[in-house]
Design a protein around this ligand. Structure first.
Ligand code: PLP
Length: 419
């Protein structure tokens, strides 16, 4: 038996911390893809969730870049710990529009959507409890939860027809209420990472019925992970009226981030919004979340909050950015169309996919298939039950090759040829 590293090393690390993986698997794959491309290979790097243009360069929004370059010197001082008031008001309006959810909400600044998810985990789950999410999910949820002494439990996301599996969700919430006395549901829509799936109006209606029924039995909190909201703007019309019905029955959280919507990944600008109809409840929510800010990252990025606050609160800048973002939609939409056509041609099994950064191909042998594709210079991310394909970072001209190589790898693995 291998010796316990704690017995032979003298790092001072706790037992739990002494054997952590050294690199995030997705960033590790991206690193290898970049190294091989730099060495002259023709690589398709469909790993990272950042939008790249047809020349392979990171897409940015000129208005945001310009604002950041001209931030006033006051931004070099600390932002308030909970975030600047203008920024937070802009974020709440961006998330909810005007209406009951906006009127009933508070928010704190977080480092990206990741910070927002973390703040939810530590405030809405006791140690040892599990958040609930779909069986295909953004893997950092697991790391965040584990790091905070919590865990992840999942339910089957899709039913036999490929729709959102509301009965499985209802059963899982009931199970959590019975077992741990509370439920924190993480739901990433629109443009779910990793499947690309967006809940439609009817699915939202059924989901809210399930949440209302469950909230009558115990504390249920919905966290809407809105990382890709700007890439399906029409979906807001579908969810807002449904989610408004939850007010007064449970806390609604929304993880907001500028990473994707304003192409400001490195800015680490995000917020956790909490909506509740009660003023005393909002006061407690605000205090709890502000305490987490102080107890973890402290103050957020003041320059970033200033620039994002300007964009969100100034109508002229807001429409300017919307127009710049719309220019990025065109190429991404073209990749989605090309993908759907190629996926049909090569018989890839995928979810309903109308847009967004990612899509996935279902498979029971993701690791083996991803390894095979990698040998051929095509990098995708293996997950439990699927391969994630980042169309956001794949050039249009590479989409057919991406699909062909992935389909070939899946066939080879299924027929045993990979071994
Ligand atoms: N949620 C999902 C589903 C994501 O894919 C991401 C980023 O990839 C995030 C949240 C958070 O991103 P960030 O912390 O960069 O805002």
């Amino acid at each position: 038996m291998a010796p316990d590293p704690m017995d032979i090393l003298n790092t001072g690390l706790t037992r739990e911390a002494s054997d952590r993986p050294g690199d995030d698997p997705i960033f590790a794959l991206d690193g290898e893809a970049r190294r091989r491309a730099a060495a002259g290979e023709h690589i398709v790097n469909a790993t990272l969730g950042a939008l790249h243009d047809e020349s392979g360069a990171l897409s940015t929004l000129p208005t945001v870049v310009d604002l950041l370059a001209h931030a006033p010197s006051a931004c070099y001082g600390y932002a308030p710990i909970v975030g600047s008031a203008e920024f937070l008001e802009g974020v709440r309006r961006d998330a909810f529009g005007a209406g009951a959810l906006f009127d009933s909400s508070i928010a704190v600044a977080t480092p990206g959507g990741t910070g927002a998810c973390y703040a939810a985990v530590v405030n809405f789950l006791e140690r040892g409890q599990n958040l609930l999410t779909t069986d295909l999910y953004w893997s950092p949820y697991g790391i965040l939860a584990q790091h905070a002494g919590r865990g992840v439990e999942t339910f089957a996301m899709f039913d036999a027809e490929g729709g959102f599996n509301t009965p499985a969700l209802a059963e899982a919430i009931d199970g959590q209420l019975a077992q741990q006395g509370r439920c924190l549901l993480f739901l990433n829509t629109p443009c779910h990472n990793p499947t690309g799936y967006t809940l439609d109006d009817a699915e939202w209606g059924r989901l809210v019925e399930v949440l209302l029924a469950a909230a009558a039995k115990g504390p249920v909190t919905l966290l809407l992970d809105h990382a890709y909201a700007a890439f399906a703007p029409e979906s807001a019309a579908a969810w807002v009226p449904h989610v408004e019905r939850l007010l007064g029955k449970l806390s609604v959280l929304l993880a907001w981030t500028a990473s994707k919507s304003l192409a400001l990944y490195g800015g680490r600008v995000g917020a956790l919004i909490a909506a509740h109809s009660g003023a005393e409840e909002r006061r407690r929510l605000f205090n709890a979340l502000g305490y987490t800010c102080r107890g973890t990252w402290s103050n957020g990025n003041h320059l970033g909050q200033w620039a994002v606050g300007r964009v969100l609160n100034d109508e002229r800048l807001r429409s300017q950015v919307a127009a710049e973002r719309a220019e990025l939609f065109g190429p991404l939409d073209a990749r989605v169309v090309a993908f759907n056509a190629a996926a049909q041609q090569f018989g890839l099994e995928t979810p309903r996919y109308e847009g967004g950064f990612f899509v996935c191909a279902f498979t029971g042998a993701a690791k083996e298939a991803a390894a095979l594709a990698r040998e051929q210079g095509v990098f995708v991310v293996p997950l439990q039950g699927a391969l994630r394909l980042a169309l956001c970072s794949t050039k249009l001209e590479d989409v057919p090759r991406l699909v062909e190589v992935v389909a070939g790898a899946l066939t080879a693995v299924a027929s045993g040829a990979a071994r």
